[in-house]
Design a protein around this ligand. Sequence first.
Ligand SMILES: [Zn+2]
Length: 241
Amino acid sequence: MKICIDAGHYGKYNQSPADSRYYESDFTWKLHLLQKKYLEEYGIEVITTRSDQSSDRGLYSRGAASKGCALFISDHTNAVGTTVNDSIDYPAAYCAINGSADGIGIDLAQCVEQVIGTRQPARIEHRRGKNGDYYGVLRGATAVGTPGLILEHSFHTNPAATAWLLSNRNLEELAKAEGIPVQRDILRAGGTDAGAIHTARFGVKTGGISIPCRYIHTPAETADLEDIRACVALTVAFAQQ
Ligand SMILES: [Zn+2]
């Protein structure tokens, strides 16, 4: 699987009104390199849209660079105008209007909500422009058939969120959590112990984490070691929240 990650802005762009040390472009540059590192640990091929932080590249061309990829992500932090705002901090995924990235969009936005601990819940949005998607990067991604999304990691107009995002250790944690590969499944047949647990006592909130495998319950049962590692990482990340 191949994923294309775009550091949303270049140079020194979008200084935070809450803390003059924070620039959105610095954050997105650091985060996208960490995302690449952690995704590659799971055997996922990652391409990026720029070779260095100081050079720009057109919006459409950055989206179109994702040709042949399973996903295009553009990293950002959001802003409410240009002044400090204490109350707004929701993470958001602006997903391609064709709906192709909605599922992964809400998963990633909720991941950001949980890791940062935002007060407002994650959401997904769609913005339509005159020629399809409002955002040029998403128009480019859609044109080459890649599901695309813009991921807003809370607001750099919010002092608490800005302070959190300034920590390199937090960025490591964020990238690590965002990079755990997961997909949702519905069991058509069979079951797990979660079935018994959720009806125990007065009902217990229960979820299952399953390792994808073939030829289950046979001597030739087969699974991918990367999937097993991802399940361990997901369990650890869940326990840490
Ligand atoms: Zn931005």
